[in-house]
Design a protein around this ligand. Structure first.
Ligand code: SF4
Length: 338
């Protein structure tokens, strides 16, 4: 049983001996349950149109940025570029616009993606169960949906309008996706958004436990992105330093030995390299967070959703993993075509 007091104790304990013991336990559990493997994936941003207003995001509807959506030809170009780097696990992202990137657009995208990648995940607007069913039958393996914060008051203050402002609809997304047959689901919180990190973590763990109990056939993973400034403006309530961030990864591993933990390129290379030994099981590589950012040139190329700290190529990350005696895994899943 997960205890709030335990989480709070770990996050506030700065005794180096205790932190080292936590790190050792996390490292040992990760190797025990995942061996020496690290899965690699890359994101492709399809569109930055968004009808929601989340104050902390560069894509929000009130932001005067140039909006752009990939055409079929551009999708092919971007996907071929990423696939040529060896990536087989793709995360396709859009802003939340039901009009500009409706289900039909996502279906078309998946049709193209299937030519390049055996494993396809989406991070797009939340949908109804029948829509997830349609996507699953069309070839979608995974859904990423972060609640950002489980603090309802704070959620309301930073999600001003649009579908994302509906806390309950978002919170129920994982259930609808799981009920529809989606094979892997990634949950997460935006660290620093809430002033009470321990409470947010507790609520995330409770959410995950609920999902594991009710939908045991799904493969779950967690992500802990840290909030970043937009053009110098800070929307964070608290600053999550590197030590706390690492403790969160280790704590998560000790509480959920079998759950995947993702790490994106928004973190610095040194920290990513360090976290590899402790609890991370899946990381992005060679990423670009702009729409068309891999292959399109000005004037189409857009501002990124967030800045990347780790710009190393897929090849460089692969070499690094091998040097650390870890096996890079490009895919561990292929659908058998009927
Ligand atoms: S977080 Fe998502 S829904 Fe919110 S503004 Fe950004 S892209 Fe839109």
């Amino acid at each position: 049983m997960i205890s709030f007091n335990h989480i709070q104790k770990i996050l506030t304990d700065n005794n180096p001996t205790n932190i080292e013991a936590l790190a050792q336990e996390a490292s040992s559990l990760t190797r025990q349950y995942f061996g020496h493997t690290i899965s690699l994936y890359a994101p492709i941003y399809l569109s930055n149109f968004c009808s929601s207003h989340c104050t902390y995001c560069g894509f929000h509807s009130h932001h005067r940025i140039k909006r752009f959506k990939l055409t079929d030809k551009e999708m092919n170009q971007e996907m071929k570029h990423v696939a040529d780097q060896g990536i087989e696990n793709i995360l396709l992202l859009t802003g939340e616009s039901y009009k500009v990137t409706p289900l039909s657009y996502l279906m078309d995208t998946v049709t193209v993606a299937k030519q390049y990648f055996p494993n396809i995940s989406l991070e797009v607007h939340p949908m109804e169960e029948d829509e997830y069913k349609t996507l699953f039958l069309h070839g979608v393996d995974g859904i990423t949906v972060y609640q950002e914060t489980y603090d309802r008051e704070r959620y309301k203050k930073v999600h001003l309008s649009g579908i994302k402002a509906d806390y309950d609809f978002r919170a129920g997304t994982a259930q609808r996706a799981a009920a529809a047959g989606i094979r892997s689901i990634s949950l997460g919180i935006l660290l620093g958004l809430s002033s009470n990190t321990s409470q947010d973590l507790f609520d995330l763990y409770e959410h995950l436990s609920f999902m594991e109990k009710n939908y045991p056939g799904v493969e779950y993973s967690l992500s802990f992105p840290r909030i970043q400034k937009i053009k110098g403006e800070d929307f964070g309530k608290v600053y999550i330093d590197d030590k706390t961030f690492i403790k969160i990864i280790c704590l998560t591993r000790t509480l959920f030995p079998r759950v995947g933990i993702n790490l994106s390129t928004r973190e610095k290379p040194e920290l990513r390299d360090h976290a590899l030994k402790l609890g991370i099981t899946r990381m992005s590589a060679g990423s670009n967070t702009s729409v068309g950012g891999y292959t399109l040139k000005e004037p189409q190329q857009q501002d990124p959703q967030f800045d990347i700290e780790d710009t190393r190529s897929v090849k460089a990350i692969t070499t690094l993993l091998k040097e650390k005696n870890l096996d890079p895994v490009f895919t561990d899943w292929r659908r058998i075509q009927a």
